[in-house]
Write a protein that binds this ligand. Structure first.
Ligand SMILES: CC(=O)SCCNC(=O)CCNC(=O)[C@H](O)C(C)(C)COP(=O)(O)OP(=O)(O)OC[C@H]1O[C@@H](n2cnc3c(N)ncnc32)[C@H](O)[C@@H]1OP(=O)(O)O
Ligand SMILES: O=C([O-])CC(=O)C(=O)O
Length: 381
């Protein structure tokens, strides 16, 4: 007989498997990728190095990094067929729909799609890693009616990503903040989208199918879609460039008090695992502060602090990574709906690492349910 205590709604608190990829520790408020604190990786490593760390378990030697960087640079271009599929999608569909469709097409186009060796899956992972920036940049530019900018092989991943999106090699400050966001977003154990990828992989489906499903899971505002929703909150409050930091903070506090009085859920706050603050937020907040200084937009800091202080005072709920990431991407010039696709590009590393880990020691993921529908009955006719 199943009791209410046996049912773990949302699988909260359930340990579903082991993983050697990352350790989320809410007690020490820390996050390790393959044993390395994420803050150290964000400060000292390129996103390419972190990708290799997540996939292989070790930070790369110089020769391996060079080889991967060359592979990545050689696999950035989208095929004419994929471009045609993207062009056929409405410009008012959500950019996450474009990412999901693009990965599905990339799977159908990959001759090794059905090969399931670890080697084949690692190659597929690297190709997806290389292609995602082009998908995201292509889609933002086509929506804006801007000319498409081909990738530049002489630029590294982050410089090229921003170059393809905005047509300029970014200032070092902007590139740094962007790279920090990619590293922080890369991996987070059995979150909803990663668990989705592992569930799909557990049926021995192919890697692209697992990633396509993960993108669908990430889209929702309770997960990755929150970074976009944070910006919607800022827009709802109204961003006033001529406002002082203090005025903006006061206004944001009032907005939050009002939202909480109406029992609204405010996106960018709260977390299933961290209950005393997300380990990644201080580092991302520093990157946001750097961007606020760089672009001279102190009113954004007022809005940011006002909401966070008011939420903390009223409910003790802390921001998650999506909260500082949203306004950071806004300041860089990304369209709001492009924020979650940026998360896709980053999380491609963690998702694919988890698919490979799942397959290395697979067991079909299939929990039980407690039936509470009608008693057995019979068709009467
Ligand atoms: C990168 C990421 O994916 S991070 C997560 C991004 N998602 C968001 O920012 C969406 C907003 N946050 C939320 O919806 C939640 O905090 C979740 C889904 C992330 C975690 O949820 P859970 O662990 O299931 O906690 P749950 O939703 O039950 O919240 C517990 C309590 O805190 C409140 N709460 C949690 N988050 C928020 C929030 N963002 N705004 C207002 N209240 C909140 C809930 O209303 C609930 O209150 P109650 O006990 O009075 O009913
Ligand atoms: O871990 C989670 O539940 C959500 C999250 O922060 C992430 O995926 O980065």
């Amino acid at each position: 007989m199943t009791t209410q205590d046996d049912i773990k709604k949302g699988l909260a608190g359930v340990v579903a498997d082991t993983t050697a990829i990352s350790k989320v520790n809410p007690d020490s408020n820390s996050l390790l990728y393959r044993g390395y604190p994420v803050q150290e990786l964000a400060a000292n490593c390129s996103f390419e190095e972190v990708a290799l760390l997540l996939w292989t378990g070790e930070l790369p030697e110089a020769a391996d990094l060079k080889e991967f960087s060359e592979f990545e640079a050689a696999h950035r271009e989208l095929s004419p067929e994929l471009k045609a599929v993207i062009d056929a999608l409405p410009t008012d569909c959500h950019p996450m729909d474009v990412c999901r469709t693009a990965v599905s097409v990339l799977g159908a186009q990959d001759p090794a799609s059905e090969e399931d060796s670890q080697e084949a899956n690692l190659t597929k992972s690297k190709k997806l890693f290389a292609a995602m920036p082009a998908v995201v940049a292509y889609d933002q530019r086509r929506r804006r009616g801007e000319e498409i900018i081909p990738p530049r092989a002489d630029l590294d991943y982050c410089d090229n990503f921003l170059y393809m999106t905005f047509g300029e090699v970014p200032a070092p400050e902007v590139k740094k903040a962007f790279q920090v966001s990619m590293v922080l977003y890369a991996e987070h154990s059995f979150n909803c989208s990663t668990f989705t990828a592992r569930t799909i992989a557990s049926s021995l489906s192919d890697l692209h199918s697992a990633i396509t499903g993960a993108i669908g899971a990430l889209k929702g505002p309770l997960h990755g879609g929150a970074n976009e929703a944070v910006m919607e909150t800022f827009d709802e409050m109204g961003i006033r460039k001529d406002e002082s930091e203090q005025e903006a903070e006061k206004r944001a506090k009032e907005w939050m008090d009002d939202a909480l009085a109406q029992k609204k859920k405010v996106m960018g706050f709260g977390h299933r695992v961290y209950k005393n603050g997300d380990s990644r937020v201080p580092t991302m907040q520093d990157a946001l502060t750097d961007m606020i200084k760089y672009f001279g937009r102190e009113e954004m800091l007022g809005l940011y602090n006002g909401l966070a202080k008011s939420m903390d005072e009223a409910k003790g709920i802390k921001p998650n990574l999506d909260y500082p990431a949203g306004p950071t991407y806004h300041l860089m010039g990304f369209d709001t709906q492009t924020f979650t696709p940026l998360f896709v590009a980053a999380r491609m590393t963690g998702w694919t690492a988890h698919v490979m880990e799942q397959l290395a020691d697979n067991s079909l993921i299939r929990p039980l349910s407690d039936y509470d529908g009608p008693e057995e009955r019979h068709v009467e006719k």
